[in-house]
Design a binder for this molecule. Structure first.
Ligand code: FE2
Length: 495
């Protein structure tokens, strides 16, 4: 497809999405969505739409039924479209099928997915990792998106002939970013190849400033201006605004240390600097396809959500309406012909293999098994504090505590192995010792159980019965609780 046709195809798809204004990006469970919407109503507020994070299909169907008057959209998870081998994964087709079912269950207007992964080259992580920002990587992402869009077109088509549009969200940086091309160029390459829309997350944009050389070179305002001039802003359909905070494994900075080491943190308050950046984004003349702006509030206390939303509506709803109206004028002047999404095999096998090797290297570097070599890592190596922070504080915390604290999950086993002289931190090294084939769709909690059983069996074989018993109880509780559609434990997410 040439880029003119791609743009026209995007416009046609976009024309089926109405302007929604300001809304919320939420989780069904945390905080409880039904209670949150009731609290909003008590205060005389109603979000313009809700973007709902992946949950069970039953829970999503219940949301659709309980809120017939609210437009719904979908925030997907688990389609690792940055990865060169994702289409070969035995679980990918199944995951895409489940996602289309969920899109249909809420009659979603779009499918938003991060341009990020939690698994690469057989290594698993708990939170999002950005792609390698290279030309080849952009081509692979475009091809994978086209494949998903084609499946959505086939299986998710509505009675009126429309289908949900794939929106690609620029992911956050967590202390570092590797690649050879600027991030805005990367997204421009993707949008030239495939008719997807984009989600611009203002907090993620702040982390791009913070964890690239930009923060040492120019002011934040100048960075945002330069970024927006290069980024394919005409493809941005939705904007996200969410909290930022220092990670608990790092702690708060001392005042004199300059910019804080904030990362994406949805439970945290939205810093005022993000609203200043939002103003700058909304004023940009290239923002012609905007349909919606969401505060992303999963895991945040309800009271804080209400306060932040009311304030954001007061400050921005008129500006957002004006921005959406300007875009509508541009669209009316376009002639739109229906077109099927097509998947072109542009990336040859040897290039895919090259990218696979690059991602193996990526996983080994950030888990401390390989030195930073190669052009993608040149800039990261020059300012190595970020990747060191990730490798020495963030990743160990993720494996030992995040999404299930090992000492809470396996109290007896942890006591027994400590008595035998095994330190829990050895589990981190064990986790990354070698890549392993996937045995199910991505589930960090189940993976922790599986890997901890292997670890204990190897290090303390006489504790095997104990760990097996605790694994069995955890798996059973997890299955039961998921059937009841309640979270087994508060699992903080970073998206
Ligand atoms: Fe977001």
């Amino acid at each position: 497809m040439d880029s003119g046709f791609v743009q026209q195809d995007f416009q046609r798809r976009l024309s089926h999405i109405p302007p929604l204004g300001m809304g919320l990006s939420v989780d069904v469970y945390s905080p409880d969505l039904f209670e949150l919407v009731a609290t909003f109503r008590e205060r005389g507020l109603q979000p313009g739409y809700l973007e709902v994070f992946k949950a069970t299909t039953t829970a999503l169907t219940a949301v659709r039924r309980a809120m017939p008057d609210i437009a719904l959209a979908y925030h997907g998870e688990g389609l690792w479209i940055t990865q060169p081998d994702v289409q070969e994964s035995p679980y990918f087709q199944q995951d895409v099928g489940e996602m289309v079912t969920q899109l249909n269950s809420i009659q979603s207007l779009w499918l938003n997915h991060e341009c990020a992964t939690k698994q690469m080259a057989g290594y698993s992580f708990g939170t999002y990792l950005p792609p390698l920002y290279t030309r080849l990587s952009a081509e692979v992402v475009a091809e994978n998106i086209a494949m998903v869009q084609q499946a959505v077109d086939r299986q998710g088509r509505r009675a009126d002939g429309t289908a949900p549009l794939f929106l690609l969200e620029m992911p956050p940086l967590t202390y570092f970013s590797a690649g050879t091309i600027p991030i805005p160029h990367f997204f421009r390459l993707i949008t030239a190849l495939t008719p997807c829309g984009l989600v611009l997350d203002i907090g993620h944009l702040w982390t791009v400033y913070r964890y690239t050389a930009a923060c040492r070179r120019i002011s934040l305002e100048r960075f945002v201006q330069e970024f927006l001039d290069e980024f394919p802003l005409e493809r941005v359909v939705e904007i996200h605004v969410a909290g930022l905070a220092c990670h608990e494994s790092v702690g708060e900075p001392k005042r004199e240390e300059g910019l804080p080491e904030w990362i994406d943190a949805h439970a945290a308050p939205i810093p005022s600097i993000l609203f200043t950046m939002l103003e700058q984004v909304l004023a940009h003349p290239n923002l012609v396809g905007l349909r919606a702006v969401a505060l992303e509030v999963d895991t945040k206390p309800s009271e804080m959500i209400v306060e932040e939303y009311a304030e954001a509506v007061r400050r921005f709803s008129l500006l957002i309406q004006q921005t959406m109206a300007q875009g509508a004028v541009v669209e009316q002047s376009m002639e739109l012909t229906p077109r099927q999404a097509s998947v072109q095999e542009a990336v040859c096998q040897s290039d895919r293999q090259q990218l696979r090797d690059d991602y193996t290297h990526y996983a080994q570097i950030i888990s401390g098994q390989a030195p930073m070599t190669g052009p993608e890592w040149q800039e990261v190596a020059a300012e190595a504090t970020g990747v060191t922070r990730y490798r020495t504080s963030y990743v160990p915390h993720e494996i030992l505590h995040w999404g299930g604290d090992l000492t809470e999950m396996f109290p007896q086993t942890c006591r027994a192995i400590t008595e035998r002289g095994t330190c829990l931190t050895e589990f981190v090294t064990f986790w990354f010792r070698s890549p392993r084939p996937l045995t199910h769709s991505y589930d960090f909690f189940l993976l922790k159980i599986e890997r901890f059983l292997e670890f204990v069996t190897e290090r303390a074989p006489d504790v095997r019965d104990c760990v097996q018993q605790e694994c069995g109880m955890l798996r059973q509780a997890y299955a039961q609780v998921n059937e009841l559609e309640e979270p087994v434990m508060e699992m903080e997410r970073i998206r």
